[in-house]
Design a protein around this ligand. Structure first.
Ligand code: ZN
Ligand code: ZN
Length: 154
């Protein structure tokens, strides 16, 4: 069995289309603009720079603890359903055996409440990459470009 189980998890954006991120280095939160997948304006990069401290990290290193917790919470019940379906399928092929669906079978994980994204923080556009705006906490004196790490005054 080589089946890869992909569980789609959608994380909320604020009303400007920004997603909350946390820097793995300074552990402060900011937001970056979430481009549509078809958006040709989006930069394709191997790493991002933290707008708050300028440290770089891989594109998948920026989850907030709440997002990680949420994704773990969502994948549990989805796995649950996957296991249940597999068992159903397995028994369907066996002739002469009656299977009572047992929907009480469960790993006992509950789906967490959906995350919400408040409209906080200030939008800034790095002069070098204005197509990659970020949101930083109010009162942040300077920022670093997400794409190239250049410092600029907010
Ligand atoms: Zn940082
Ligand atoms: Zn830049």
């Amino acid at each position: 069995m080589n089946d890869e189980i992909r569980i789609p998890v959608s994380l909320p954006l604020d009303s400007d289309g920004f997603i909350r991120r946390e820097c793995p280095n300074c552990e402060r939160e900011f937001k970056w603009f979430s481009h549509e997948e078809s958006d040709t304006n989006a930069e394709v990069v191997d790493q991002y720079f933290c707008p708050l401290c300028g440290a770089d990290a891989g594109t998948d290193s920026w989850w907030t603890p709440a997002q990680l917790e949420y994704m773990n919470g969502v994948s549990g019940p989805a796995m649950d359903q996957y296991v249940q379906d597999s068992i159903d399928k397995m028994f369907k092929g066996i002739k002469g055996m009656k299977v009572k669906p047992n929907r009480s079978f469960s790993l006992g994980v509950e789906t967490p409440d959906a995350l919400t994204e408040p409209d906080d923080m200030t939008i800034v556009e790095p002069p070098c990459h204005p197509n990659e705006p970020i949101k930083v906490p109010d009162g942040t004196p300077k920022g670093y470009c997400l794409i190239c790490g250049d410092a600029f005054a907010v």
